[in-house]
Design a protein around this ligand. Structure first.
Ligand code: ZN
Length: 143
């Protein structure tokens, strides 16, 4: 199996069985973003604890495999992390997709999305949930 098809499999696996998918019961923050070019629609739901750590995170919405897989992978890496670390991850993910910076282990399965960089119109799909998370944190910090 080529590396490319292995990556493809990781992406499809997340898209078909997204992690932390669904509504959240507890009082939480949420932020919805849409990508009209592709039709992706993602809402990130988040609970922060008193120490500004991600106590719980989920997402809802629908869209292409890339947008769904990226959101699912994001759930895995940010859960339990401090807000400062989450911001650092958002920056690293963006660097990987926009500048082609080699990802480190902290990005987990997100490494599989590296190939998306070759398709500029799809970069928006991959970053949609991340933009939603960033906007949510910004809104929360300002509140
Ligand atoms: Zn898309």
């Amino acid at each position: 199996m080529s590396l490319e098809s292995l990556y493809q499999e990781v992406i499809l696996d997340h898209a078909e069985n997204p992690h932390n998918y669904g509504e959240m019961d507890a009082p939480h923050l949420s932020y919805r973003l849409r990508n009209p070019t592709c039709g992706d629609d993602v809402t990130v739901h988040l609970v922060l604890d008193d120490e500004q750590r991600v106590a719980a995170i989920r997402f809802t919405g629908d869209g292409c495999s890339i947008s769904q897989a990226s959101a699912s992978m994001m759930m895995d890496v940010v859960e339990g992390k401090h807000v400062d670390e989450v911001h650092a991850m958002i920056a690293r993910f963006r660097e990987m997709l926009v500048e082609g910076v080699e990802p480190d282990a902290s990005l987990g399965d997100l490494e599989a999305l590296q190939g998306v960089r070759k398709f500029p119109t799809r970069v928006r799909c991959a970053t949609l949930s991340w933009h939603a998370l960033e906007a949510l944190l910004k809104e929360q910090a300002g509140a």
